[in-house]
Write a protein that binds this ligand. Structure first.
Ligand code: HEC
Length: 120
């Protein structure tokens, strides 16, 4: 990734936007801001988690079609259930505790729960 190259080509506005996005992402978990937190959650689901949740799970809101684990649109887990599975792992699913921050785990749990409109 050559971010500096991209930024110098596009001017300082590009860098300012990148910094703003990074700051918002960092705050998402702590502040619980709906849109930013959801965006972070989607990013964790699609790419920040390694292997990504999307590799193993189907979730329409993320455009994910993985078929190793349960279809989350059908399971409709609440945020606590998602967070627990992500922290501890379950069966074939690995634990992401060492890989993701608390804010990232909470964001992905919030994202999955709201995307599937989990019944409370
Ligand atoms: C390597 C494949 C794999 C990856 C990567 C993976 N999962 Fe899973 N996941 C599974 C499997 C398999 C199960 C079913 C485990 C079982 O019931 O034994 C599961 C179960 C779950 C469940 C249901 C938990 C429950 O209480 O029944 C949730 C929610 C979930 N995963 C979310 C996620 C999220 C969010 C991520 C990314 C941070 C993720 N998974 C990454 C394979 C995966």
């Amino acid at each position: 990734m050559s971010v500096p190259g991209r930024c110098s080509a596009r001017g300082w506005l590009c860098c300012a936007a990148a910094v703003a996005a990074a700051v918002m992402g960092g705050d998402a978990g702590a502040q619980g801001d709906g849109a930013a937190r959801r965006e972070l959650g989607r990013e964790v689901f699609l790419s920040r988690a390694k292997p990504a949740c999307a590799v193993c799970h189907t979730l329409e809101a993320a455009g994910a079609t993985g078929a190793v684990g349960p279809v989350l649109d059908e399971l409709r887990p609440d945020a606590d259930r998602v967070a627990k599975a992500v922290r501890n792992g379950l069966g074939v699913m690995p634990s992401f505790r060492a890989l993701l921050s608390e804010a990232e785990i909470e964001a992905v749990a919030h994202f999955v729960a709201t995307a599937t409109a989990a019944p409370k």
